[in-house]
Design a protein around this ligand. Structure first.
Ligand SMILES: NC(=O)c1ccc[n+]([C@@H]2O[C@H](COP(=O)([O-])OP(=O)(O)OC[C@H]3O[C@@H](n4cnc5c(N)ncnc54)[C@H](O)[C@@H]3O)[C@@H](O)[C@H]2O)c1
Length: 248
């Protein structure tokens, strides 16, 4: 986003991580500032958006990216209720709080805007023992479509990206060697994606080039959702092509 010319506010409860991304933004010459509040706290979100608006001016683009995932959280009947609520508080309610706070300023200024939500392929397909995450991301897809319809008269585009398996530091870091090998066999591209594969699509959706796209959920998944070929019917040449290098 910075290399496409955006000034950036990064909010992340992991302030160290956010500060290290801020250094990368500074190197592009764009303005950057870091906030470190939990988006699960509506009042804190409202205060943050007020501060950002006062310090930076208009907010043109909101990317709802923060997310949490618990591996093997338990089946629905065994997981603690707190787990369910905790995942939904960040992944779904946090996006709702941030979006509402931004819209309270984006709509009245009458200059349009862009909202990009980071969903997941898991909004549409089930993995064992992760139901709260799936439900949160299905909610993000529904939120995306509802907001696209409500906000089209204000010329605010609302879209979502549904990543497949991405070699990110946090969630991607949970993929152990065995899981990575399994993903390589399962993903037609033959490798996990990289954060930049997602960032590039965010930058496109936030650009004027995407003027007429709204309410879309774009899979960025190396063909994961397109492919239901059983393992034993996969071609030997195609099953495990070489890994892609990180494009960053
Ligand atoms: N990595 C993948 O394979 C993958 C696949 C599909 C979707 N996603 C989605 O992509 C997004 C980014 O995930 P990632 O893979 O880069 O993981 P990540 O863990 O590196 O990034 C998520 C960030 O959100 C922050 N965060 C968590 N809860 C927060 C809260 N309540 N308030 C503020 N910040 C909070 C974390 O500190 C972390 O830095 C998430 O929404 C995730 O669900 C990731």
């Amino acid at each position: 986003m910075a290399s496409a010319g955006a000034d950036i506010v990064i909010n992340d409860v992991n302030a160290d991580g956010a500060n290290s991304v801020a250094e990368e933004v500074k190197a592009t010459g764009q303005r950057v500032t870091v906030k470190a509040i939990t988006i699960a706290d509506e009042e804190a979100v409202n205060r943050m958006i007020d501060e950002v608006s006062n310090d930076f001016g208009d907010i043109d683009i909101l990317v709802n990216n923060a997310g949490v995932y618990i591996r093997h959280e338990g089946t629905l009947e065994t997981m603690p209720s707190a787990t369910w609520h905790g995942i939904l508080e960040t992944n779904l309610h946090g996006a709702f709080y941030c979006t509402r706070a931004v819209l309270s300023r984006m709509i009245p200024r009458k200059k349009g805007g862009k909202i990009v939500n980071i969903s997941s392929v898991l909004a549409e397909a089930a993995h064992f023992e992760a139901s709260s995450y799936h439900v949160s991301k299905a909610g993000i897809n529904a939120l995306t479509r509802c907001l696209a319809v409500e906000l089209a008269p204000h010329k605010i585009n609302v879209n979502a990206i549904a990543p497949g398996a991405i070699a990110s530091e946090g969630l991607g870091g949970m993929h152990d060697a065995e899981t990575c090998a399994a993903y390589r066999r399962r993903i037609p591209w033959g490798a996990r994606g990289h954060s930049k594969d997602i960032g590039n699509v965010v930058a496109f959706l936030a650009s004027d080039e995407a003027r007429y796209i709204t309410g879309e959920i774009i899979h960025v998944d190396g063909g994961y959702m397109a492919d239901s070929t059983p393992e034993n019917l996969k071609s030997h040449e195609h099953a495990v092509p070489p890994d892609d290098p990180d494009p960053t």
